[in-house]
Design a protein around this ligand. Structure first.
Ligand SMILES: Nc1nc2c(ncn2[C@@H]2O[C@H](COP(=O)(O)OP(=O)(O)OP(=O)(O)O)[C@@H](O)[C@H]2O)c(=O)[nH]1
Ligand SMILES: [Mg+2]
Length: 459
């Protein structure tokens, strides 16, 4: 390496000596170097150095001027793409991004084309990006593709936000229990507290929970010297969220392959439908999914699961009506291991002729799974019907005796005026609510989020 004396370097740099200018750059005197470079625009080599510097230091307008003045051999394709994008020249940016052709570039090109209104072209490019996407990136790309397809009128179904789904789900409860009204423009007095208590009970939160909740709020209103019902509403939401603090948890799947989920619940609670919706979700995520029809109680149950398998694109293992559920499960798990399935969903019967054999049967199902994969099932989900509300707690206890339940699914929240029972159920059973069903369609299954639930309930 050549070292110059300080004065020497600047003298040489002034004259356009590239190594001297680079030395100044290296010393961190970037503005000085930039000024020097600008004096030697006629030198193609120095122009390139200046262009790099402009991109690195985010002088994008100047970089753009250099490009239009001196042609597009300046910089790398990636640098040019950045300059065009940052200066709002999206068409040119897209051209450069397409030359790069990796996932990030194609994805960005798709987004830019979308914002330019060239939706068909955007769709084509995003589909190419999707082929290169990692599993975590896939979801984002799919979401954009979905939206563009909607824009183009290629698909109709409207994708509601989670909050909208919750709102829709809790519509009946809200119609019956007008939380919004009670909190509107009222002064805080005993009458208000009594009404609140009544509404919490009406929403099926449970008498004990309702009484305690209102008692807490009464004290809080005094302590904080609350004046308006709007203020009280804010604290009510906080308190209900606190009540639900242990009630929210993610579905535990994907740690092992296959991950097995067993579904329990009385007949009609929504097991098969929930399995169908979940299968749809997993297949969409490109997880190889197998359904096991261990509800052999009646032929129609097996057929129903077959319909869901077809609808979702999952595979199914079944035997004839009346066969031993544990034997079907054994066959299914063997197949899942042999053929590398990622997800296995096991549908079980909601009833047998008496209670005792059902519990025995369910224990046998778990044993069979563990014989083949000792650390499975990943989840044992108990499916409860929201229209039954708190009364389902008693049933739940029976199932909990049979197997260790890891999560609750509350279905038919859309058809129930007992939306508050989510609070009672989770608190009483001390098991988190992992999923909620808000309709009969394939997409009407949501993760339970206490934040959204409370907002939807009180707004
Ligand atoms: N509105 C609404 N209906 C639902 C929901 N989930 C399930 N259902 C309906 O509830 C009924 C019973 O659901 P299934 O999935 O068959 O219940 P199951 O637990 O498998 O019942 P068995 O097989 O008899 O033990 C069906 O008509 C479903 O369409 C939901 O979230 N919302
Ligand atoms: Mg069923």
């Amino acid at each position: 390496m050549i070292f110059f004396k300080k004065s020497d370097i600047y003298r040489r740099a002034e004259k356009g000596d590239k190594s001297a200018i680079l030395e100044i750059l290296k010393k961190g005197e970037r503005k000085k170097a930039k000024k020097l470079l600008e004096k030697h625009l006629d030198n193609p080599d120095l122009r390139k150095v200046l262009f790099d510097l402009c991109v690195e230091d985010e002088y994008y307008m100047q970089a753009l001027e250099l490009l239009s003045e001196y042609g597009s051999d300046l910089g790398t394709t990636r640098q040019r793409a950045v300059v065009y994008e940052k200066t709002g020249n999206y068409k040119e940016a897209v051209q450069e991004l397409l030359k790069i052709g990796d996932f990030d570039s194609l994805y960005k090109a798709g987004l830019l084309l979308d914002s330019l209104g060239e939706k068909e072209k955007a769709l084509e490019i995003l589909k190419r990006a999707l082929n290169l996407a990692s599993p975590t990136e896939k979801e984002n790309v799919e979401e954009v593709i979905h939206r563009i397809k909607l824009d183009l009128g290629l698909i109709k179904e409207s994708k509601e936000s989670l909050l909208e789904k919750f709102r829709k789900g809790l519509k009946k409860t809200k119609e019956k229990v007008e939380f919004g009204v009670v909190f509107r423009g009222r002064k805080i007095d005993e009458e208000l507290f009594e009404e609140m208590e009544e509404l919490f009970v009406k929403a099926d939160m449970g008498v004990k929970t309702a009484v305690n909740l209102v008692e807490d709020l009464r004290k809080l209103a005094i302590r904080k010297n609350l004046k308006t019902s709007e203020e009280l509403k804010k604290f009510t939401k906080i308190k209900v969220k606190e009540l639900l603090s242990d009630c929210e948890a993610q579905l535990k799947v994907g740690e092992r392959s296959p991950s097995v989920i067993v579904f329990l619940g009385v007949n009609g609670s929504g097991k098969t439908t929930t399995i169908g919706k979940l299968a749809y979700r997993f297949v969409k995520e490109e997880k190889k999914t197998l359904l096991i029809a261990a509800d052999t109680f009646r032929a129609a149950a097996i057929e129903q699961l077959e319909v869901w398998a077809r609808r979702s694109g999952a595979d199914i293992v079944k035997k004839s009506e009346g066969s031993d559920p544990a034997a079907v499960v054994y066959e299914g798990i063997e197949k899942a291991l042999k053929e590398n399935y990622s997800i296995v969903l096991v549908d079980t019967a909601g009833r047998l002729h008496t209670k005792e054999p059902l519990i025995k049967e369910l224990r046998k199902v778990k044993k069979v799974i563990q014989k083949l994969i000792p650390e499975e099932p990943s989840e044992v989900l108990l499916v409860l019907d929201a229209t039954v509300g708190q009364n389902s707690i008693q049933q739940a206890k029976v199932f909990r005796e049979a197997l260790e339940v890891t999560g609750i699914v509350i279905t038919k929240l859309d058809g129930s005026a007992k939306g508050g029972s989510v609070v009672a159920i989770c608190r009483e059973l001390k098991i988190p609510v992992k999923l909620i069903g808000v309709g009969e369609g394939v997409e009407d299954l949501q993760s339970f989020k206490k934040e959204e639930y409370v907002e939807a309930l009180f707004d």
